[in-house]
Unconditional design. Structure first.
Length: 227
């Protein structure tokens, strides 16, 4: 059973055995922010003991690309690889958190000094994480990958990338182009992370999506542990 770790309670820490983990998942909640045009998020009781029912039961209605979630290659490409075909190695193992200073883009120029290597899992912390955006209206100006940065990450042959808002591409901008570049390279994408309590550096990552057959994405729970 998962137990709360007292020394890290203020940082959303959890003890799995004797080791502390930090939860970087944006929780799902009724009416929360979602991508414009996607189905709204509805979390509601269909059975309620407070209203005389024998048990409580909750129903959930939303896009699978809500809050913290993964994109599979089939999301924006003709590749047949859905979320149920994801190798666990994509989301379990060492990861690196890189802090981005640019207020608009994750740019190739800012990435080059970090010497990103083949097979890395890279999570990008931007100003998005400071906003606690899960409880706020949709931000059309969130920090996202530039097209050049997307091509650079493909060139570096990374395994997985993660971002701290709902998309790796910009709203009404390069959203389709960036997804095509990244997903056609079979790079796995984690979107909607909360990195507000995370310092740049090396971590162990666990981010497990719901296994939905032949689906292009899925909600996920994400944890980091310093290494």
């Amino acid at each position: 059973m998962q137990t709360r770790s007292p020394k890290s309670a203020g940082k959303k820490g959890y003890s799995l055995g004797s080791e502390d983990w930090i939860d970087i998942t944006v929780p799902l909640s009724d009416g929360m922010v979602h991508w414009p045009g996607d189905p709204p998020v509805k979390v509601y009781r269909v059975r309620d003991m407070g209203k005389g029912d024998d048990f409580n039961m909750t129903a959930l209605s939303m896009s699978v690309h809500t809050a913290t979630h993964l994109d599979a290659p089939s999301h924006f490409t003709k590749l047949k690889t859905g979320i149920d075909k994801m190798p666990l190695s994509a989301v379990v193992g060492n990861a690196r958190v890189i802090e981005i200073e640019d207020k608009e883009f994750i740019s190739e120029e800012e990435l080059r000094p970090h010497r990103i290597k083949k097979g890395e899992r890279i999570l990008f912390k931007t100003r998005n994480s400071k906003r606690k955006w899960g409880k706020k209206p949709f931000d059309e100006n969130f920090v996202h990958l530039s097209t050049g940065a997307a091509k650079y990450l493909v060139e570096r042959q990374v395994q997985t990338i993660g971002v701290d808002y709902l998309s790796i591409g910009g709203y009404e901008g390069n959203v389709s182009e960036v997804h095509h570049i990244i997903l056609n390279a079979r790079i796995w994408v984690i979107e909607g992370l909360d990195l507000s309590q995370i310092e740049p550096g090396k971590y162990e990552l666990i981010c497990l999506p719901i296994k939905i057959e032949n689906c292009e994405g899925a909600p996920a729970r994400a944890l980091l542990r310093p290494v």
